[in-house]
Design a binder for this molecule. Structure first.
Ligand code: NAD
Length: 387
């Protein structure tokens, strides 16, 4: 069938198989061209099919030459419905890994569940023995815990209402958005979903099953960002969950002391992904940030970020590069003083009339569509494709 984008607010309900394939191929090409990463050879990626997890898996396989196991939660196509992008991404990844002689196993299922954890453990035992790097890159709106309770995360402030400029993605007007504070229950639920409990569970399960190599590393990802977005991000419900995630690194390192396993959190740059485009205020910040960083020639996408993370800051010549807060920072260019100053200058001036001039709205939408395999150069979108 001919697949067209069907955008509803911050989500697109269709995905183009050929465009998604192209997106993965371009990322693989970037890593191959950039050169080898001196990393481990057996890597597990949880949340591997899109965004930062996909870029991490591509870096591990095509940069480190690693065998990879990838876990993700995507829908297959059915009838006239296309699959979700991650499904197509993983198909392409598996095929390209096989072509390159690299082991790759992709598991589509709920990473929060005990069943999927056991399935992954069995595969590692059978095929790889042990893994020496575990990347935890889940972003999910909900989690069902082993006792059957489902928690739903909230994107709200904590304590007080917050009003800020917001880009109305439907009308292109710059309006004010007011975000109301979360209840105690919503805060607790967000921590359950996006905090570190499941990361700890994964590491405990892997250690107990004896599939973690001695001195293995594990990384999870977070975002901090500028003061401007603090109320909705860093100090909001998601920020509370991320604090819990950061604290969980120390818990994991302590739990796995006997094995010498170390856990780290990497602070990544703000980028358009399915997770970030759902947060109010963030799309406008992203498009202003893109404008400034592109002008300075320092803009990076997921693959550039993850390649630089592993090449320089995790497996670089000087070992793991952490900052004062104990975390690894690949948000260093985003947070540069000159970058943030220009972003804030634009932020103060931006309105509905100068939006297209002052912000990289085109870059925002391009990245958005590319996530779903649209607007990729060289793809014939009028052609019939097998979904
Ligand atoms: P994403 O939505 O692109 O990717 C999420 C991945 O998790 C997908 O592979 C999805 O299939 C998988 N997933 C979701 N629920 C699952 C489940 N129940 N079981 C198995 N797999 C599941 O998100 P992203 O933006 O790449 O986020 C990844 C991490 O990076 C998150 O921790 C996020 O907070 C962090 N981060 C994101 C940004 C950003 O700007 N996007 C910036 C810094 C840090």
């Amino acid at each position: 069938m001919v697949v067209e984008p069907k955008v509803k607010g911050f989500i697109c309900t269709t995905a183009h198989p050929v465009g998604c394939e192209k997106n993965v191929l371009e990322q693989i090409e970037y890593v191959k061209k950039s050169g080898a990463v001196n990393g481990p050879k057996k890597v597990l990626v949880i949340g591997a099919s899109t965004g930062y997890g996909l870029a991490s898996r591509i870096t591990a396989a095509f940069g480190m030459g690693a065998a990879t196991v990838g876990v993700f939660f995507d829908k297959e196509a059915s009838g006239k419905r296309t699959a979700t992008p991650g499904f197509y991404n993983m198909k392409t990844f598996d095929r390209e890994a096989a072509k390159a002689g690299l082991y790759a196993k992709s598991i589509n299922g709920d990473a929060f569940s005990v069943e999927i954890k056991n399935q992954v453990i069995d595969i590692i035992k059978q095929d790889l023995g042990k893994v020496d790097l575990v990347i935890y890159s889940l972003a999910s709106p909900r989690r069902t815990t082993p006792d059957g309770t489902t928690y739903v995360s909230a994107l709200k402030t904590v304590g007080r209402e917050f009003t800020q400029k917001n880009w109305n993605l439907r009308t292109n007007a710059i309006e004010e958005a007011t975000i109301s504070p979360a209840s105690e229950e919503e805060i607790a639920a967000t921590i359950k979903v996006m905090g570190g409990e499941d990361w700890i569970d994964w590491m405990n399960a892997l250690a107990k099953a004896d599939v973690l190599a001695e001195h293995a590393l594990t990384l999870a990802y977070t975002y901090i960002g500028p003061q401007l977005t603090y109320p909705i991000y860093h100090e909001g419900t998601i920020g509370q969950a991320k604090k819990n995630l950061a604290d969980s690194a120390a818990v994991i390192t302590k739990n796995q002391e006997a094995l010498g396993v170390k856990a780290y959190v990497s602070v990544n740059k703000a980028l358009v992904t399915q997770a970030s485009s759902a947060i109010p205020v963030v799309p406008l910040y992203l498009s202003v940030l893109y404008q400034v960083m592109k002008e300075k020639g320092i803009h990076e996408g997921c693959i550039e970020q993850m390649y630089r993370l592993y090449k320089e800051k995790v497996y670089g010549a000087d070992g793991i590069e952490t900052e004062e807060d104990g975390m690894i920072h690949v948000d260093d260019w985003e947070m540069r003083e000159d970058v943030q100053k220009e972003v804030m200058d634009i932020w103060d001036q931006i309105d509905s009339d100068n939006l297209f001039k002052l912000a990289d709205t085109e870059g925002y939408w391009n990245d958005f569509y590319r996530m779903f395999g649209f607007k990729m150069e060289g793809v014939d979108y009028s052609a019939d494709v097998e979904v």
